[in-house]
Design a protein around this ligand. Sequence first.
Ligand SMILES: *[C@@H]1O[C@H](CO)[C@@H](O)[C@H](O)[C@H]1NC(C)=O
Ligand SMILES: *[C@@H]1O[C@H](CO)[C@@H](O)[C@H](O)[C@H]1NC(C)=O
Ligand SMILES: *[C@@H]1O[C@H](CO)[C@@H](O)[C@H](O)[C@H]1NC(C)=O
Length: 155
Amino acid sequence: MDTNEFALLKLFLVGLLATDSFNIEPTSPQPKKVCNESRLQWEMEVCGEDFKRKMAHIDQQYWCNLTHFIREYHFFTFCTEEKSQILDCYWPNPLVESYIIRIHKHFFSNCTMEPVIWVDPPDDTLTILILIPVFLTLAMIALVVWCSKRSDILA
Ligand SMILES: *[C@@H]1O[C@H](CO)[C@@H](O)[C@H](O)[C@H]1NC(C)=O
Ligand SMILES: *[C@@H]1O[C@H](CO)[C@@H](O)[C@H](O)[C@H]1NC(C)=O
Ligand SMILES: *[C@@H]1O[C@H](CO)[C@@H](O)[C@H](O)[C@H]1NC(C)=O
């Protein structure tokens, strides 16, 4: 695992924790709109195409240097998040994750500290690292639900 990848992941995590993706209201169930996955897939492509266009302006030799594309990456993450919210999909969700993995593979698969042999990173590593914020989100939701239930009882 490359330091840049860690940096990206931290960014992802910080972005996740900084969002108001916790504004799901588990206590007041409204007729919830269903996430249209085909539409979401399409929107992810739009976010990704935009990111690819921007990356194309950056010299390939800098593709492994986070300093050179942090703005673009942040924008991309923000895009996936925003579209998910607009479409009433959870963020992050498996569809978005697999898309982000695809983008990572496309741009950062060659990024490594070891200059000699590069083994393709096992999908598992990335998946696990992406799952961490997902579990954090779930834990937070559980906590919110638990706290609101508790205050209901106390009230
Ligand atoms: C999902 O979005 C697509 C494209 O906008 C649309 O054609 C389709 O009817 C939508 N499906 C549902 C179930 O709303
Ligand atoms: C990344 O780019 C910045 C700015 O050009 C440079 O200062 C830094 O040394 C680079 N880092 C690496 C690891 O190449
Ligand atoms: C990664 O390396 C392979 C083989 O050297 C090359 O064909 C490919 O274009 C590179 N991909 C990126 C994103 O730099």
